[in-house]
Design a binder for this molecule. Structure first.
Ligand code: AMP
Ligand code: MN
Ligand code: MN
Ligand code: MN
Length: 274
């Protein structure tokens, strides 16, 4: 096991553990270096960064971006969270997220799912509302029997609640992270429903605008996938990152900090951290 995890979520976005609970679990799992990468917010990270001991906490965020109409998640690591470039980008994203929640609810209302915005805010307990919050409320109110069904029927890729409008471009996100002194990383590259050639084109564009890394190990993926992305990382001159993408404990998902070693051929992204 590696002891490094550079992609995790807390209650500041759609995770189920508070930042302190996440850190406690990471320590229990012998994690030495951790990044909290909540969706479009650094509030979870900021709330604990002064208090943490016994683990190296790296600043992080997972930014929802669009590239040619396709939703791409980009992880920013080791940036100065107070820098104006990242602050402006994240405040733009926060507004987009709030407007998007309203748009999603409006679309759901039209297909008979009558959930109100005030209910959703009450339920989510965060301003950074994502589809998982909506999915959980749909389960609670009996519209679907599980979160999985909510995504399959209403919220997943191509469904009525899959709204990408308002997100920044991949370029804007990569530039803001770079300007803030950080490293921009393509998150979970195996998750995008793209042909290989399109994926490689996206990566080329990402490199052109200052992107430096890619998650070679993401969650509990097959070794062959890691090997594939190690090759791509080397071909494109990208640093390799690793992340569980932990949201909550789930037997079939990766636990915090418990990830395999990177293939030897790649250069780890943390060699860029001082
Ligand atoms: P959003 O930030 O609103 O775009 O929501 C994206 C989040 O939804 C991802 O980060 C995952 O945590 C979650 N998610 C995406 N697809 C699914 C799915 N099929 N089942 C459960 N959760 C999902
Ligand atoms: Mn999530
Ligand atoms: Mn993601
Ligand atoms: Mn994530």
């Amino acid at each position: 096991m590696l002891g490094i995890d550079l992609h995790t979520h807390t209650t500041a976005s759609d995770g189920s553990l508070t930042p302190l609970e996440l850190i406690a679990l990471a320590k229990e799992n012998n994690t030495q270096m951790l990044a909290i990468t909540d969706h479009d917010t650094v509030s979870g990270y900021l709330s604990v960064k002064e208090a943490v001991t016994g683990i190296r906490l790296i600043s992080g965020v997972e930014i929802s971006t669009v590239w040619h109409g396709i939703g791409i998640h980009m992880v920013g690591l080791n940036f100065a969270p107070e820098h104006l470039s990242i602050q402006q980008l994240l405040s733009q994203q926060a507004t987009a997220r709030q407007q998007r929640a309203e748009i999603i609810l409006h679309k759901l209302n039209k297909v008979g799912v009558a959930i109100r915005l005030d209910e959703l805010h009450e339920h989510a307990q965060t301003n950074h509302i994502g589809r998982p919050h909506i999915a959980r409320l749909m389960v609670e109110t009996g519209y679907v029997s599980s979160v999985d069904k909510a995504f399959k029927k209403y919220l997943g890729t191509g469904k009525v609640g899959d709204v990408k409008s308002g997100w920044v471009s991949l370029t804007e996100a990569a530039q803001a992270v770079r300007e803030s002194g950080g490293v921009a990383v393509i998150a979970h590259p195996n998750h995008y429903k793209m042909t290989r050639s399109k994926l490689l084109r996206m990566i080329d564009d990402f490199v052109t605008v200052g992107g430096q890394g890619i998650e070679v190990i993401s969650g509990k993926q097959h070794r062959d996938i890691s090997t594939k992305f190690a090759h791509i990382a080397n071909d494109k001159g990208l640093y390799a990152s690793v992340g569980s993408d932990f949201h909550r404990y789930f037997p079939y998902a990766a636990n915090v900090g418990l990830l395999p070693e990177l293939p030897e051929s790649v250069t780890p992204v943390w060699t860029l951290f001082d």
